[in-house]
Design a protein around this ligand. Structure first.
Ligand code: GAL
Length: 943
């Protein structure tokens, strides 16, 4: 079996990159990742004042184009806002509360938190003069959710779903050769799912430049047919003409193999589409002796589509694809490249420990590799379109995918989302099935479900006839959706009679789209409801649900069922069934939220993988339980397993296929040892040893990450004096990092309410009761006017701009909850006048050297409670009558630096996700850890 190595993946990336650069140099197309250097602030759901005055204008951005106001206006002052890089999830940064959403893991953001449900993002970019004539667009992979995007104050559109990719053409609004402002307002006040969904721009954003005659977004569709030794590749491309060119174009389509060799191409001549029209062109290209995309050898090809106009390449567009065949058979299940493949699948949501839904690309690879290590070969994107990088990881690592749309229905909201999903994803060889719905309880058993399914199914086929369609169904498997869906998706054996359904619908293939929903806490072996602990022995979770073993035995023994998808591969935030607060993550995962395996992983590995496996549970640290019986289980695919306690045999047992072995063992400390036999020969040994107390912290890189990777996952554990991992340790570990940054920490404890991220707290405090009076003295140093209580009136009220005084004194108040030594307090002045002098509590403050409109406020001039800020300035003059004069003096920003990063171990483990410094040549990253009473152990160096 060939496992693709990280090195190979890296080589592949480097190859793709060099080809991309090469190709891009030749055409006008540029795709620039613009994840870095955004400004962010929370706004407010309905209090427009707290939403920075957005949409308060007499003419709104919907009334007059370019009238984006508040933060949507290009000139808005965002200096006090936080700087951050995407991907970003503001929900994961928040604390937990019992009042928050069960579905979203009790994070205090979104639904029910109007002050934490709106996120504003702003970014400035320069677009060169030389880009005139190109089509400039913004490309978003996904924003949660209901995003509005503005460009230089122009409203571009709203994208409701948090799972769709979308693109806006901004060409008409560009300021060439100067600054341009991108603004996104995300509104996470509604939930689309019943699971954690994050909040904000949690996927990538790109700036795209192309020739006006160009391949549209997701504009290629590559399919192939294999006949004898040759694959005939059909490459359909959709071109749009947003320019004035009339005449012929050449469409050159070239296929490259994984080594970068150009193996086949075609040239077509055609008329360019008319202005603002699109046209489809199809080329047939032959690939001899194709290397098929398969689970163990995920061979990929690359199609380069070039458009030539008068001999010059004006656009080039890349499509990765694979050549493979898929087939469902109602008798014999699923076939990949003509070979029967039992689907060993998992369902997964898209969040991870510490970072919520804002996963760097490396984490997608990390997670898919973990699933492959368990023996899984299939992934269901429950219950929404995934980020494109997840699909890239599945293509490159060899993982089959069910790609699922979010909501069933037949109107534009539903069908357009489905269309975009299929058009975006249909070139991924990993995808073998579209899912158009999941457990739609209201309709699944009846005629409405049947009608909707018929339409969504036919609609899918009209966009991609090469893949079948499924729906995950839960309430009875008899009528409604289940009588018409192409591939029956059984959600749980307990929800109906699967064999009876199959006997009635003999031509309908089927698979278990969900099975399991078992409960387990990693490293816990006694259920304790008071502590919200679920023992990790595989067990029936609820009367009508089945254990993983029962589920697999059912599916493995029925050839007509293509396989099953376990609910779930990884734990996720939200749905903390069977408990609830203060549990904040699910218990369903085969792995916890970090990807640390629970014992079920080894059950699956035994029967899903083709390699010898022997695993013993539980751990052997049961001080206080001496003499009491403990259940000892072995997961293995050996023929027989013999168990020893302190060298004494406790018996050899025969392993039943798809089973496990059990012993009752009276606890005594020492060594529990299992020996696995195959054909009578000892082939494996596994031990669980009683350990001493934790002594040393150990940091290690989880998985070899490619040296170019900027994000790494680090495992934190503690060892006893003999270097043994202490699986019961719960020490709190503090981290420090040099040369990089920490993105998040986790430990897989469903009840942990510890912080996921340690970020500086930024508080923007408004200046209130803003008053003014005319200043006659004209002397900056004369402070007496500040103290004089007479003649103050509301600032700017009824100001006669034609007859202004030569100078004004303004004063306002701001509140400080505390005046901590560590706080960093700054006043960001917004021009209300010229030659200003700023005083706080009577002290004259100097402007910063880096920004003349920023005033650093030292702790010595501040006090806890109400502070008074005074500004003396000569007024600004109105040039035109209709000029709107600024009356906002600015904002006070208080930064409270975060505590050091820390996390408790949970049953022996914690995880820390780190990111290297900005540029490739950045110095090495050094991560160190410390804890009370423990030796620091190693620092981890990453180059
Ligand atoms: C299913 C549902 C999943 C998840 C699971 C928990 O009914 O499709 O999304 O909620 O139950 O058991």
């Amino acid at each position: 079996m060939k496992i693709i190595s990280t090195k190979e993946i890296l080589l592949y990336f480097t190859f793709l990159l060099s080809i991309t650069l090469f190709a891009q140099n030749k055409s006008d197309r540029e795709l620039i990742l613009i994840d870095k250097d955004w400004r962010f602030s929370l706004g407010h759901l309905y209090d427009t004042q707290k939403d920075f005055g957005h949409a308060e204008g007499y003419f709104s951005y919907l009334a007059k184009t370019g009238f984006g106001d508040g933060p949507a206006a290009p000139g808005f002052d965002d200096r006090a806002w936080r700087k951050l890089d995407l991907p970003h999830d503001w929900a994961v940064e928040q604390s937990f509360s019992e009042k928050a959403s069960f579905s979203h893991g009790f994070k205090t953001a979104g639904k029910g938190f109007p002050e934490k449900s709106i996120g504003w993002y702003r970014k400035k970019i320069t677009i060169a003069q030389s880009d005139q004539g190109k089509i400039i667009s913004l490309k978003f992979d996904g924003v949660f959710r209901n995003s509005k995007v503005f460009f230089n104050g122009h409203f571009l559109g709203t994208e409701e779903s948090g799972y769709n990719g979308f693109e806006y053409d901004v060409t008409a609004y560009v300021n060439y050769g100067g600054e341009n402002t991108i603004v996104v307002r995300a509104d996470a006040s509604m939930e689309e799912g019943w699971f954690y969904e994050g909040a904000g721009i949690y996927r990538h954003v790109y700036l795209q430049k192309t020739n006006p005659l160009y391949v549209i977004q997701n504009g290629t569709y590559v399919t192939s047919e294999i006949k004898n030794d040759t694959a005939e590749v059909t490459a359909e491309v959709t071109i749009e003409n947003k320019g004035n060119y009339k005449g012929n174009i050449e469409i050159v389509q070239t296929i490259f193999d994984a080594s970068g060799k150009d193996i086949s191409n075609t040239v077509e001549n055609a008329a360019a589409p008319d202005f603002y029209k699109t046209a489809k062109y199809t080329s047939k290209i032959k690939v001899r002796n194709p290397l098929l995309w398969d689970l163990d050898t995920p061979n990929l090809y690359r199609l380069l589509t070039e458009i030539k106009q008068e001999g010059k390449v004006i656009d080039s567009y890349e499509t990765n694809f694979g050549i493979r065949t898929i087939k469902f058979d109602p008798e014999n299940g699923f076939f990949l490249n003509g070979k029967s493949v039992k689907l060993k699948g998992t369902n997964n949501h898209q969040d991870h420990a510490g970072i919520g839904t804002a996963l760097p690309d490396e984490l997608q690879y990390y997670r898919i590799k973990k699933l492959k290590e368990m023996g899984s070969n299939a992934y269901r994107c429950s219950h929404n379109p995934p980020t494109p990088e997840l699909l890239d990881a599945c293509d490159k690592l060899g993982m089959l995918v069910i790609d699922e749309t979010r909501l069933m229905g037949i109107n534009d909201y539903h069908l357009n989302d489905l269309k975009r999903l299929i058009e975006r994803d249909r070139n991924h060889p990993s995808i073998f099935c579209w899912s158009v719905g999941n457990e739609e309880w209201n309709i699944e058993g009846g005629i409405v479900g049947e009608r909707i399914t018929n339409i969504m199914q036919g609609f899918s086929k009209s966009i991609d006839p090469t893949r079948p369609v499924t729906v995950g169904i839960s309430s009875g498997f008899k009528s409604g959706i289940s009588s018409v869906v192409e591939i029956m998706g059984y959600n749980y054996i307990g929800n109906g009679d699967i064999d009876a359904h199959r006997n009635e619908f003999k031509n309908q293939p089927g698979m278990g789209t969900e099975e399991g929903s078992t409960f387990a806490t990693r490293g816990i072996y006694f259920t304790d409801d008071a502590k919200h602990y679920q023992s990790a022995y595989d067990k029936k979770p609820r009367p009508t649900f089945y254990s993983i073993e029962e589920g697999w035995k059912f599916y493995a023994s029925r050839p007509y069922l293509a396989g099953m998808f376990i609910w779930t591969g990884f734990d996720y935030r939200g749905e903390p069934t069977p408990y609830g607060w203060p549990s904040v993550t699910s218990y369903f995962g085969m792995m916890d939220v970090c990807g640390f395996p629970k014992d079920n992983v080894f059950y699956l590995k035994s029967w899903w993988k083709n390699e010898p496996v022997l695993h013993l549970l539980p751990h052997w640290n049961w001080s206080g339980m001496e003499g009491k019986e403990i259940d000892v289980w072995a997961y293995s695919n050996c023929d027989e397993v013999e168990l020893f306690l302190n060298k004494k045999s406790l018996g050899k047992k025969k392993m039943e296929q798809y089973g496990h072995l059990e012993w009752k063992v009276k606890y005594e400390p020492g060594t529990l040892e299992a020996i696995g036999y195959k054909n009578g020969k000892k082939i494996l040994t596994e031990v669980q040893k009683t350990t001493g107390n934790p002594e040393t912290i150990k940091l290690s890189l989880d998985q070899e990450s490619p040296s170019k990777a900027t994000v790494s996952v680090i495992t934190v554990e503690v060892m006893d004096k003999n270097g043994l991992h202490v699986s019961t340790a719960n020490n709190e570990i503090t981290f420090s990092i040099k040369g990089g940054k920490i993105l998040g920490v986790g430990n897989g404890d469903p009840t942990s309410l510890e912080k996921d991220q340690f970020l500086d707290d930024i508080n923007l405090v408004p200046i209130t009761n803003f008053e003014e009076k005319k200043n006659v003295s004209g002397d900056n140093a004369n402070q007496s006017a500040l103290n004089d209580e007479k003649d103050w009136k509301e600032a700017f009220k009824d100001r006669d701009y034609k007859n202004q005084a030569s100078a004004y004194i303004y004063r306002g108040r701001f509140e400080l909850k505390n005046n901590l030594q560590s706080n960093i307090v700054d006043f960001f002045y917004k021009k209300i006048g010229a030659n200003e002098s700023v005083f706080v509590n009577g002290n004259l403050i100097n402007a910063s050297t880096d920004d003349p409109q920023k005033y650093h406020l030292d702790k010595a001039v501040l006090k806890e409670g109400t502070n008074v800020i005074s500004i003396r300035a000569s007024p600004l003059q109105k040039i035109k009558d209709w000029d709107v004069m600024n009356t906002d003096p600015g904002i006070i920003r208080i930064i409270t630096p975060s505590q050091p990063w820390k996390r408790k171990l949970f049953n022996g483990y914690a995880q820390i996700i780190i990111q290297k410094g900005e540029n490739e040549n950045a110095a090495e990253v050094i991560l160190s850890a410390s804890a009370k009473g423990l030796r620091a152990g190693n620092s981890l160096k990453l180059n």
